[in-house]
Design a protein around this ligand. Structure first.
Ligand code: SAM
Length: 284
């Protein structure tokens, strides 16, 4: 008998998936981990009842949270990923030939191990790349203590519930600020604004005072249900947000990266925000 997974993120509303085959289900040290197969979205991973990633649409999220900051920066060599246990973000970062080192700080080793085994197409061998250093730790502790410095920091975390809550704190953002090299860029998943608008405002209040230029960009990711997925952006150089179109096109071409969602035109347009988000930010 086919059972149904109903997401528990929003009160009174949730997307549903048929569970056509349970591949892995276990309470790890930190969270409830479920990986199942669904006829429409392929393999799906959920943590604490919240969809984290699916084989069918993960490329949108992972391309937008890596290629926008990395191609905007133009010369990133050292990258930090917080979270990202499924390995999709790592896979995309490693496609950039200029990146010489990626540190990934993930709190739950079981997520990495089970995603390697049951979601192999996400990491596609990325965890074995010699440029990668995997650190099993709480991201907020790492960024407040490490002596390492980075050109781009990507927070690929869960929603601000459970272990992910600290990754939306002022302490975490201050820690990321201290770890960024001059000219560095911080980006983070920041929820679906139509349903989590308070998270956008909270991030702007906490992250904005730390950087000269803080805003959001967005993309529609089907299984982050409810509309536009927002990504927090922060740097100390406002020009990084709007690179010259010809330069961005050249960087994209020189990278040799083949994408399915990202392109320089999408990059240029993704910082345009709907009025209701602008109004919420203006009210802060
Ligand atoms: N794409 C998803 C989203 O937007 O919701 C996130 C995917 S990824 C699976 C989220 C990762 O963050 C998980 O592997 C989880 O274990 C990790 N995580 C949660 N809290 C963390 C923390 N405090 N430090 C480091 N990693 C954390």
């Amino acid at each position: 008998m086919t059972t149904t997974f109903v997401e528990k993120l929003h009160p009174g509303y949730g997307q549903a998936f048929s569970i056509d085959e349970v591949l892995f289900e276990h309470r790890t040290e930190h969270q409830e981990l479920l990986i199942f197969r669904n006829a429409s979205f392929g393999r799906v991973m959920a943590l604490d009842g919240i969809v984290q990633t699916t084989e069918r649409d993960e490329f949108i999220y992972h391309e937008m949270l890596t290629h926008v900051p990395l191609l905007a920066h133009g010369a990133a060599r050292r990258v930090l990923i917080i979270g990202g246990g499924d390995g999709g973000m790592l896979r995309e970062v490693l496609k950039h030939p200029g990146v010489v080192s990626v540190t990934q700080v993930e709190i739950d080793a079981a997520v990495i191990e089970m995603c390697k085994r049951y979601l192999p197409n996400h990491s596609a061998g990325a965890f074995d790349d010699p440029r990668v250093d995997i650190v099993i730790a709480d991201g907020v502790e790492y960024v407040t203590q490490t002596q390492a410095r980075f050109d781009v920091i990507i927070s690929d975390c869960t929603d601000p519930v459970g272990p992910g809550e600290v990754l939306f704190s002022s302490r975490f953002y201050a820690g990321c600020k201290r770890c960024l090299n001059p000219g560095g860029i911080f980006v983070a998943q920041n929820g679906v604004a139509f349903l989590q608008l308070d998270e956008v405002a909270t991030t702007a209040r906490r992250l904005g005072p730390l950087f000269a230029d803080q805003t959001f960009y967005s993309a529609a990711v089907p299984t982050y249900a409810g509309g536009l997925m927002t990504f927090a952006w922060a740097s100390d150089d406002g020009a990084l947000r709007a690179p010259d179109p010809a330069i961005l096109q050249q960087r994209y071409r020189d990278s040799g990266i083949r994408t399915r969602f990202y392109n320089p035109q999408v990059h240029a347009g993704c910082f345009a925000l709907p009025q209701y988000i602008l109004d919420a930010l203006a009210a802060i």
